[in-house]
Design a protein around this ligand. Sequence first.
Ligand code: TRP
Ligand code: ZN
Length: 911
Amino acid sequence: MMREGQAHTVYRADYQAPAWWIETVDLTFDLDPAKTRVLNKMRVRRNPDVPAQPLHLNGDELNLARVLVNGAGTSFKMEGSDLVLENLPEGSEPVDLEIFTTCVPEKNTKLMGLYTSNGSFFTQCEAEGFRRITYFLDRPDVMAMYTVTLRASKALFPVLLSNGNLVEQGELPEGRHFAKWVDPHKKPSYLFALVAGNLVAREQKIKSRAGNEHLLQVYVRPGDLEKTEHAMNSLMASIAWDEARFGLSLDLERFMIVATSDFNMGAMENKGLNIFNTKYVLASQATATDADYANIESVVGHEYFHNWTGDRVTCRDWFQLSLKEGLTVFRDQEFSMDMAGSPSARAVKRIDDVRVLRTVQFPEDAGPMAHPVRPDSYVEINNFYTVTVYEKGAEVVRMQSELVGREGFAKGMKLYFERHDGQAVTCDDFAQAMADANPGSPLAQHLAQFKRWYSQSGTPRVAASGTYDASAQTYTLTLSQHCPATAGQPSKEPFVIPVTLGLVGADGSQLPVVIRATEGLSAFANSATSHTVVLTQPTQTIVFEGVAQESTPSLLRNFSAPVVLEMDYSDSQLRHLLAHDADAFNRWEASQRLGLRIALQNIAARANTASADITDSALDANILPTPYIEAMRAVLRDPLLDAAFKDLALTLPSEAYITEQLDSVDPQIVHQVREAMRQQLATDLAADWAWAYEQCSNTGAYAPDAVSSGKRALAGHALLMLCVAARASGDKVWPGKTLQRFKDAGNMTDRYNALSALVVSGSELAPHALQSFHAMFKNDELVMDKWFALQAGAPDVDGSALPAVRALIKLPDFNIKNPNRARSVIFSYCSGNPGGFHRADGAGYAFWAEQVITLDDFNPQVAARLARALDRWKKLAEPYRTAAGEAIAKVAAKPKLSNDVREIITQAMNH
Ligand code: TRP
Ligand code: ZN
């Protein structure tokens, strides 16, 4: 028997089919916040394919009142928190079980299972929350048909929702009422949901292509209804997109979204009853930014797309999580790109996605929590809802789509559903369907090797070098791949790496690509000037023929594989790509390489100087070479480039991304170097920023489309830079204009950007603006989260950030039990404010330890997320490293640490 609190590792290799199936479940809930009674009647049957075993039902924090087998009492025992029934009838006949339990939703601070939030009931069952509601085979490969009856006080809980169709409702004695729901689809327990409370809905009737009618509903608290229009529009767009692009239609009469303010993650795809964090539902132009609008569209799409990729075809076990998450992220990314429209807007979305991958997933893949897209083991599955499983998993699906083509991918999806609809399957099954639907494709040719993307962790590095032979008119490119060792995986085999490439001529034209056929080299054309080479060997040489002029290779276009590309471009080659590459992604990439190079040179130059000497270093005012400044000015002034692209190209590589390139990191040096670069970019281009601001500051009536949100982004960026320039010059005009902009703004994007410019530039006008922002929005939780986050992320002036954060968590508006609010302050400081967090005295790390320990007592899932903020501590230079190690040891020493946090801390200490 497992002792409580003792970590237990689950291995993928140990998978065994369940000894029992559950065919039907009939649940009756008597909902009461203090004591909810759950009657679970289920019909179970032995799995004839495995040797007979007792029935082990999972449970967690349940009070068991009664167990009946075929209507009669029975003996049972407990193993840990599992309920074990050993004396069930032999044979293949179904067995009827009746299990009666109670639980305490109002005391459920983990927000897993059944809990209350603002007086309403919600559930969260993925991954293993259903066992906190009733005893069950709480694993995704056990799929059952559900009937659910909800009973509650009609006055307090007028709305009663569960999965599927409402078949009956009515009154009960003593002011209570009931609703009965039947889900027409079988599902695993993690997709179960119920909601009960005082909610209102925006409703929309739609007709599918097939002519079926559906009712769509978005449920929110009374008063929030006018903020649901964008979510409803996003849902309708998602439904139309999945039909048009993949032929997948809505398979339910009714599809519901419900918003709650207390939620551990973004949203959840429960069949027919998606439950969302309010952050990804509620929007009005007065309260939500363009980024919020885009996130809502993307998350609504994501959860809706799970209806097929997740719900109809689900995961055999939790190691296969990326089967549904990687695929569904790929689908939501494609959806957002298709919604964005123009090629340039698509590229902006791609750049945003790659930025997340490189600043969050690449570090994960190089750190103590490195794991393959399909992990091999875990202690706590909640710790594996990661950027590797989601974002890298999406890249692995994206590469498959590149290797079979857009049409081929649609064929693969069709075959996947023909084979696996209604099943719980594996990542292998998905890749096999893709390959089988596309015989002869590079994916089919290299399937076994391609699947290393699922089994090997770590970010491969591709080193490129080329030479031009003017007389032969050939350009010869050598590409070598190598993947560094990662936690638990000392050596790697070569990957299948699609490298999309082209040649940019010295005159700026895109040269025709002709690749010499070579034994063992697979390549295909995307257009006359862009081909994809499929690397399979450690080193491969590609010869381009008919190259009539000097050229610069444009490699890994559109980020065709999740790798680090090492190419010794000269600065002038990078500026050439920035000016002329036909691939918008690589134009942006050139801007980032230029910036990164300057940052790394200056960091190296300062590494031997004591931190204290740096701030007033004479070099700082001239950290940026003139050609770089001129290249950036050219981008900013380019009449053909979209504002959104300019905004991204003029954003310096983040501190996280710069840090990733270093073996030993002094976060203060990284911070100071980047600050100095930004200061000069602001000052030297001040006139250009002012021009850009005038060009973009007026976007007319608010609409969150790609073009006008791009303009607002560039206008906001310009204001920030103008305030940063003013900080150095003593100018008062731009901070004044920014404050006026803050006051006059017609939408939250402009208002927030102005406020942020004042705060981030350290303007003396910031405190006043923050105060008036608070006065305007103190009753809006989501806007107050922004208010908290902005201050927790504010620049550190002589150690000011930590005391400011300590003051924020003492405010009456702060509530650590609410995950959004905890994230807005604690995470914004520990993960989003490196200059303020990495203090030489270690006080930032001590604060982190305190907060991890505090959170762990009531919400281990959120605590474990915060614990990850220090998981790359071994990369830190002294004195940071020792101080971080002490903080980690302090967390490790906490009595009764959750498995969630213990797993993270153990990995951080051991790797
Ligand atoms: N499956 C959800 C998604 O769409 C993720 C999720 C939501 C989740 N809430 C959770 C995972 C709680 C674990 C625990 O990506
Ligand atoms: Zn998902």
